[in-house]
Design a protein around this ligand. Structure first.
Ligand code: ADP
Length: 350
């Protein structure tokens, strides 16, 4: 048995709300977690009736059920409008003891808000992936069936259809690759090793030069020297590639994409700024979500999977860094990420 002091400490520390209610449905005691979960203004609920203190008829009904059946009853309460939390409640009967302690009911409250939110995210993700797979698969099937129905004998049509099929397969492959990158970046912390971030940035800029030229976009770099960071080089390359790729993709001919570095108090910041189409302010908060696109047709047409920025965010945050975006519609956008950096040792820290 725990002594009284330990029991009190335990009740103070646990995240589960614990409320003791007597047979007249008055609260005998409630721990800090219970007060917090119920959004109670006063931290002392003792002596108040359960309904008056919790304003929850659902909880009262659960207590009545426990009184009637004499067993433990459990139910998830509806999301509270006042606190925005979803609670799971369990009511257990504590019979009168031999030492004369009267009959009580113990109410245990667990916050399941985050769990329910994550379940919604997972469901949405599965629905989104299915949707993204369905359209290229339907297109491949339609083309193959048309060929089978006789179009195969027309060489020009066959070649055009095969080209479309290959394009759709490439799209599916890109989607699969991005899904794998995202899942890896979410599931494991990166293995870190020191490397020169400035060399990596210059390499990526050089690699994209031909594509930028082809799109009529000028790609320029303004990168400091000797930026030694301790990070996962492959993942950082992925981050920079995704941002530069987007910059070129969403900037019309005649525009510019500029990659630059800034050493600030909070760390080393890499900026990818473009003079492209820009983003409406209402889209900015959702931009880092998986499959969120401001213009679905345009993203598809340019070969996008809608996962590029979600990958950037996950990788950077896994390195202890932050991402940011500012944009003006029709003028251009500035995407950046900051890695923690120790100015004295000239090393990224995590
Ligand atoms: P996508 O594969 O569609 O490019 P991303 O996750 O990389 O997916 O980007 C999500 C969306 O953010 C894009 O569909 C586009 O609407 C918007 N976006 C990203 N980068 C830029 C940019 N540099 N300029 C304008 N819009 C952008």
């Amino acid at each position: 048995m725990l002594n009284r002091l330990l029991t009190e400490k335990l009740l103070d520390e646990v995240h589960t709300g614990v409320i003791g209610v007597d047979s007249s449905r008055r609260i005998q005691s409630a721990n800090a977690a219970a007060c917090q979960l119920l959004g109670a203004r006063q931290m002392n609920l003792a002596g108040r009736s359960l309904v008056e203190a919790t304003l929850s008829y659902e909880l009262l009904n659960l207590l009545v059920e426990a009184e009637q059946c004499g067993n433990t009853v459990e139910r998830e309460l509806r999301r509270s409008e006042a606190t925005g939390r979803t609670l799971n409640a369990r009511v257990c009967h504590v019979p009168r003891s031999e030492d004369g302690t009267e009959e009580m009911y113990l109410i245990l409250l667990d916050d399941v808000t985050e769990l329910r939110y994550l379940e919604t995210v997972r469901r949405d993700f599965v629905a989104n992936v299915s949707h993204e797979l369905r359209s290229p698969l339907a297109s491949i099937r339609a083309m193959a069936e048309t060929l089978q129905d006789g179009a195969i004998h027309d060489q020009a049509v066959s070649l055009r259809f095969l080209e479309i099929i290959i394009g759709e397969v490439e799209r599916l492959t890109r989607l699969l690759e991005d899904l794998l990158i995202l899942s890896r970046s979410e599931s494991q912390l990166p293995e870190l090793a020191p490397f020169a971030l400035d060399s990596l940035l210059r390499e990526v800029v050089e690699r994209f030069q031909a594509r930028a030229d082809k799109s009529g976009v000028s790609l320029v770099a303004d990168i400091a020297s000797d930026i030694l960071v301790s990070a996962n080089r492959d993942q950082m390359e992925q981050v920079v590639v995704n941002l530069v790729d987007n910059g070129i993709k969403y900037t019309p001919a005649g525009g510019q994409v500029r990659v630059s570095t800034k050493l600030g108090r909070s760390g080393i910041t890499v900026e990818v700024e473009d003079t492209g189409m820009g983003i409406l302010s209402q889209d900015l908060p959702r931009l880092w979500e998986r499959f969120y696109r401001t213009d679905r047709a345009r993203s598809r047409q340019s070969g996008g999977t809608g996962l590029g920025l979600a990958i950037v965010k996950h990788i950077v945050e896994n390195h202890g860094g932050t991402v940011a975006v500012t944009s003006e519609y029709g003028i251009g956008s500035r995407f950046s990420f900051t890695l923690p950096y120790d100015v004295n040792t000239k090393q990224a820290t995590r």
